[in-house]
Design a protein. Structure first.
Length: 144
């Protein structure tokens, strides 16, 4: 009897751990193909103490874009689109990202072309921030 209660409690705990409840949503303007742009600038947030802007620029370069990051005043003249973001982190025996919101807008005219939101409230199986960033950027920029 005692053992079956322990097994049931373990099963409930495992189910709660595996549920994760992550979600990703992206929206783009009709006829806005972000993969057609070459020069991307990731706007560095003042409070970016985790290197998110640099990681985003690195991953965009791996996808074939000419991507840099920094303060908006450092944006190169040939920039096609600007990527800005808001990240949320939490601590649960280690620090990890739980959410990131991304906005892609035209460098000229400041028109919003696409937005994305990725929420993962639990660090299931060590899903690092770089993986969350990659999944969201790949979906926004339609890159496999």
């Amino acid at each position: 009897m005692h053992r079956s209660l322990l097994n049931a409690a373990l099963a409930v705990a495992l189910a709660a751990l595996l549920s994760g409840c992550s979600s990703m949503v992206t929206r783009s303007l009709p006829q806005s193909n972000l993969s057609g742009f070459r020069h991307v600038f990731v706007e560095h947030r003042l409070a970016d103490s985790y290197g998110v802007a640099d990681e985003m620029a690195r991953q965009l370069r791996e996808m074939g874009f000419d991507a840099t990051s920094g303060a908006l005043t450092m944006m190169p003249r040939d920039t096609d689109v600007i990527v800005s973001y808001e990240d949320m982190w939490t601590w649960d025996f280690s620090t990890y990202m739980i959410a990131i919101d991304v906005q892609v807008r035209s460098a000229r005219g400041d028109k919003i072309l696409a937005v994305g939101h990725y929420y993962r409230p639990a660090m299931v199986f060590g899903h690092p921030a770089s993986a969350m960033i990659h999944e969201l950027l790949a979906k926004l920029f339609k890159h496999a």
